[in-house]
Design a binder for this molecule. Structure first.
Ligand SMILES: *[C@@H]1O[C@H](CO)[C@@H](O)[C@H](O)[C@H]1NC(C)=O
Ligand SMILES: *[C@@H]1O[C@H](CO)[C@@H](O)[C@H](O)[C@H]1NC(C)=O
Ligand SMILES: *[C@@H]1O[C@H](CO)[C@@H](O)[C@H](O)[C@H]1NC(C)=O
Length: 526
């Protein structure tokens, strides 16, 4: 607290103009960017939150509170004629298992909308002129799209910060020269329980998935480079050059929680910035919620987030879950469910259905015993900061990784979504997580650690953005660009091995000659 007040006084005389570029297509991404924007606004900076509308349904969920200068780039008629609503396509992720064999097309609903949005954004000359006139000192963008990156260059911003709302993107780490350590770290969408002990086949899949996912991103980036060059000028460098010359790289990773990996000096983990502990602690639940929580001794919250809908869950899985719930009558289950038709749950009295949940307030309440979650990174970070045990049921994208990441700390049980139909398995997992005190102890221990970490994400964002505004970019921190052979010292290993190889070959040759001489002699004797 003191720090923020002090800092406000220090920098109010020197406010920077900062552009945060955040296309609206998914709540967790927008929310992360919004927290960065608000953190800077709260410290007295002049922040513009620029939002190309990728998905109309997410236009009103921008997540910014104190940042008032929100510039929305509406969809023009041409875009409206072509783009599909993202929600129409989300049901598929319940049944599909995304792996290396289908990841190239698994996210086409997003990449296609991004493409239309990029065209739409860059044909809007009014926005271009408006943004150019503001003389931004720093631009912040998320590397799922480079449309905004080319744009920032075109309006003269040379101090760029990359901000990943995921723990990292395989494509970005590569460009920054970070080795992905895929032999023991799961890629962004890697799905192995104990990555330190992946078997050979699992390592192959981890590697293939990472490569293929990287290629999905790169394909988008290449296309967008063409789009921004077409609209804004051929002289703008291509995405790779721009990304390499970024000043810093914020990631939504918490080093005390995440799988450890090798990072570039530009990478600053700010995971947990979306969890505002002070605010959560100050919020009170309404009387209605009080009543719900007081009904039974134990309570479990079930939510699959805002992108994946519970109502789309395959019926057999829903039935499995329902049967398990019915067998635990002393527990109230608060289930975020989007549809009014709940006749399928008739006769089960210990469920409280709700279309919206005050998730953080519930997680913060001592009466809530446990959480069942899809494991989006937003929810995962809330969970770890608020210290609740959880059943994590990853549905798609990075959710497997998030679940396994938290399970390492002993407060979480991971359930495969296809097992939701297995009521025995679900019941047994629910019983463990609700009644076994070890899960509670471990999750509270992690939360305590996180609350006391020496550098708070908000302070990091503020200090580093100001530092970039004053001194960035930092080409001296760029990791050398090298090919695979050079980077991995294969040439050097070869040279070191050469004398041994030569000696072995010589010895073999010698032996062969001796053997053949002996043979000749034997033949002659005969
Ligand atoms: C902050 O941004 C607003 C909107 O662009 C602008 O009118 C104002 O002059 C800016 N303030 C400073 C100090 O640059
Ligand atoms: C990208 O969008 C443009 C314009 O909206 C469209 O003409 C083009 O076919 C799209 N390309 C892909 C690969 O979706
Ligand atoms: C529920 O709680 C009551 C009262 O504590 C107890 O008698 C009963 O056995 C419990 N039921 C189950 C299924 O645990």
């Amino acid at each position: 607290m003191n720090f923020l007040v002090l800092n406000f006084l220090l920098i109010s005389a020197n406010a920077f103009n900062i552009l945060v570029y955040s296309p609206s297509f998914a709540g967790s991404h927008t929310n992360f960017m919004a927290r960065i924007a608000d953190t800077l606004t709260d410290a007295g900076h002049n922040v513009t939150f620029l939002v190309p509308v990728v998905d109309e349904a997410r236009r009103s969920q921008l997540g910014v509170k104190s940042t008032k200068d929100v510039v929305i780039v509406e969809q023009d008629e041409e875009m409206q004629n072509h783009v599909q609503p993202i929600d129409d396509d989300m049901e598929q992720y319940w049944k599909t298992e995304v792996d290396s064999s289908n990841v190239d097309t698994a996210f086409s609903v997003f990449t296609s909308a991004m493409n239309h949005s990029c065209h739409n954004f860059l044909r809007n000359r009014k926005i271009f002129e408006k943004m150019k006139s503001r003389n931004f000192d720093v631009g912040i963008f998320e590397p799922l799209s480079v449309c905004g990156l080319g744009f920032m260059h075109a309006i003269g911003i040379r101090k760029i910060i990359i901000a990943s709302s995921c723990v990292f993107y395989d494509s970005t780490t590569d460009v920054l020269g970070e080795p992905l350590d895929l032999s023991y770290v799961p890629g962004q969408m890697g799905r192995f329980e104990d990555p330190g002990r992946m078997n050979l086949l699992e390592k192959v899949e981890n590697h293939k998935m990472s490569m293929n996912l990287k290629n999905v991103n790169i394909e988008v980036f290449e296309r967008e480079t063409q789009i921004y060059k077409k609209h804004l000028g051929d002289s703008i460098p291509d995405w790779k050059q721009l990304m390499i010359s970024s000043s810093l790289h914020f990631t939504n990773s918490i080093p005390y929680v995440d799988f450890p990996r090798t990072v570039s000096p530009k990478t600053i983990p700010i995971g947990g910035i979306s969890v505002d502990i002070l605010k959560i602690k100050s919020q009170k639940l309404s009387q209605d919620w009080d009543e719900v929580l007081n009904r039974r001794e134990k309570n479990m919250l079930i939510s699959f987030g805002s992108l994946i809908r519970s109502q789309d869950m395959p019926k057999e899985w829903r039935t499995g879950l329902l049967t398990a719930i019915k067998s635990l009558p002393n527990v109230t289950f608060i289930w975020k469910y989007e549809n009014d038709d709940i006749t399928w749950a008739n006769g089960v009295s210990n469920i409280h259905f709700t279309k919206w949940v005050p998730q953080t307030s519930l997680l913060n309440d001592p009466r809530l015993t446990a959480f069942m979650t899809h494991g989006g990174l937003g929810s995962s970070n809330e969970l770890s900061h608020l210290g609740k045990p959880a059943l994590m049921v990853p549905v798609f994208a990075d959710q497997h990784r998030n679940a396994n990441m938290l399970a390492r700390h002993g407060g979480v049980i991971v359930i495969q979504k296809k097992d939701l139909g297995d009521e025995k398995k679900i019941k047994s997992a629910m019983k463990s997580i609700l009644f076994n005190e070890n899960f509670k102890k471990n999750s509270e221990k992690l939360a305590d650690l996180l609350r006391n970490q020496p550098l708070k994400p908000k302070e990091q964002v503020l200090r580093y953005v100001e530092f970039v505004a004053n001194y960035g970019p930092f080409p001296g921190m760029n990791i050398a660009e090298m090919g695979f052979v050079e980077r991995n010292l294969l040439d050097i290993h070869f040279i070191i091995m050469l004398p041994y190889v030569i000696s072995i070959v010589l010895v073999m040759l010698g032996l062969k000659i001796v053997v053949s001489l002996v043979k000749i002699k034997v033949v002659k004797v005969e």
